[in-house]
Design a protein. Structure first.
Length: 418
């Protein structure tokens, strides 16, 4: 089927999903989770073929994004079950007003319709997006990258089996069969078919969607995330936070890319940072982090001199840019100039300094004494997520169920005329 034919087929499932009650949707989600586990061997076999093609052409951290194993598939199934356990966002009364003449007006949450998701080499997105769309009464059309095509197709087949098992149409979850740029372009311009487009991937994909889409589009995910180490930081806490934010999974958008250090802390902290992220990691066989240092930072520790683009780059790798600043105001100004509105953190024991940072930094998630790696639907109690929005309209931060609904006004009268 062509991409347009797939969209048209998916839209036939919209009335069924809109009318499905909570019990039916939850039953579908649980059946989808069970089908993932039942098809685990098939999914892993497909994933191994994707990995075999990717080895030698992408970095190790990108291979990690692509790789599946039984634990990750179990995690995908658990994410679907968590979505089933969440309150149904559809039908909520958001506001109620009574006007003169006993005219009653309610604002009620309703599904968006058809949600298209364009993503790259993360097959888990297939299950997360489908689960949230089904629970919120939407149908979804998924377009994965060529690196993960076999994996995403195997996951999609399992999810469709789960839908059929409870009597919901398979067309509620569809996968685009063409991974070329042309199929992405069709989704971007399918006015009247796509109600919302969500890109999940690198800066190039997101920019292409935002600049070229004629359908409503959410700007997501590019994460140049900063951690500012204040003069009054607990330095051991700061090292734990930085190591987690940079190295626990460097290929994801909530990983730290820039460390800002107060000039009063830099002489003591930067040698500790090198020891923690570089020397100690190398000694235990872990990948050391490359520090890219501005001129001031180079006076206090060894590393690679930072280039002109290093503070504007989402590395998605074991690389950390380091910049020394004079105070919290200079730190927040740097974030405003170079950040992407994703996630930024301050480490300090001074509550007033923290308050200035939290108020001044206009990102979707701002942290005090915590790792940016918590910017995640599951960690925020939203279940799995369909993306992390870095824009200000409609949805911001991890996009859970509520972000996949809109609303309509329902008015009840008694023969009222104006």
């Amino acid at each position: 089927m062509t991409t347009l034919e797939i969209l048209e087929s998916a839209r036939t499932a919209i009335p069924v999903l809109r009318s499905a009650d909570t019990e039916k949707k939850n039953a579908a989600l649980l059946a989808m989770a069970d089908a993932l586990i039942a098809r685990c061997d098939d999914i892993l076999a497909a994933n191994e073929k994707d990995l075999a093609d990717a080895r030698g052409t992408v970095s190790e951290v990108m291979l990690d994004r692509l790789a599946l194993n039984p634990e990750r598939i179990a995690g995908m199934a658990d994410g679907i079950r968590q979505a089933a356990a969440l309150p149904d966002p559809v039908g909520r009364v958001l506001a109620r007003t009574e006007r003169p003449g006993n005219l009653q007006i309610e604002k009620i949450a309703v599904p968006l319709g058809l949600i298209a998701v364009i993503y790259e080499s993360r097959p888990n997105v297939t299950a997360d997006a489908a689960a949230l769309c089904i629970k919120s009464g939407n149908v979804c059309v998924l377009r994965g990258g060529k690196e993960a095509f076999r994996s995403a197709r195997a996951v999609t087949e399992a999810l469709r089996e789960g839908l059929s098992a409870v009597g919901l149409p398979e067309e509620a979850v569809c996968m685009v069969e063409d991974s070329s740029r042309e199929s992405a372009s069709v989704l971007m311009r399918a006015r009247g078919l796509v109600d919302l487009l969500i890109p999940r991937g690198g800066a190039g994909l997101i920019r292409a969607c935002v600049e070229n889409a004629s359908v409503p589009c959410i700007e997501t995910g590019t994460g140049i995330c900063h951690i500012y180490i204040d003069a009054e930081a607990d330095q051991e806490m700061a090292l734990r936070i930085l190591e987690n934010a940079k190295t626990s999974r460097p290929s994801v958008c909530n990983a730290a890319e820039v460390c800002l250090v107060h000039e009063a802390a830099a002489p003591e902290f930067l040698p500790k940072l090198r020891r923690c992220l570089c020397e100690d990691r190398a000694s235990r066989g872990a990948v050391p982090v490359e520090l890219r240092l501005d001129e001031k930072a180079q006076a206090f520790t060894e590393g690679t001199p930072a280039g002109p683009q290093d503070f504007d780059t989402e590395f998605l790798d074991y690389i950390l840019a380091v910049h020394v600043v004079g105070d919290v105001e200079e730190a927040t100004a740097h974030i405003a100039a170079h950040g992407t509105g994703h996630s930024d953190a301050i480490v300090t024991e001074n509550a007033d300094t923290a308050a200035r940072f939290l108020q001044s930094v206009d990102s979707a998630a701002v942290y005090w004494n915590a790792s940016t790696r918590f910017t995640d639907g599951g960690e925020f109690g939203l279940g799995c997520e369909v993306g992390i929005s870095t824009q200000r309209l409609h949805a911001r931060g991890p996009m859970g169920l509520e972000a996949l609904t809109t609303y309509k006004f329902v008015i009840r009268g008694q023969g009222n005329v104006r």
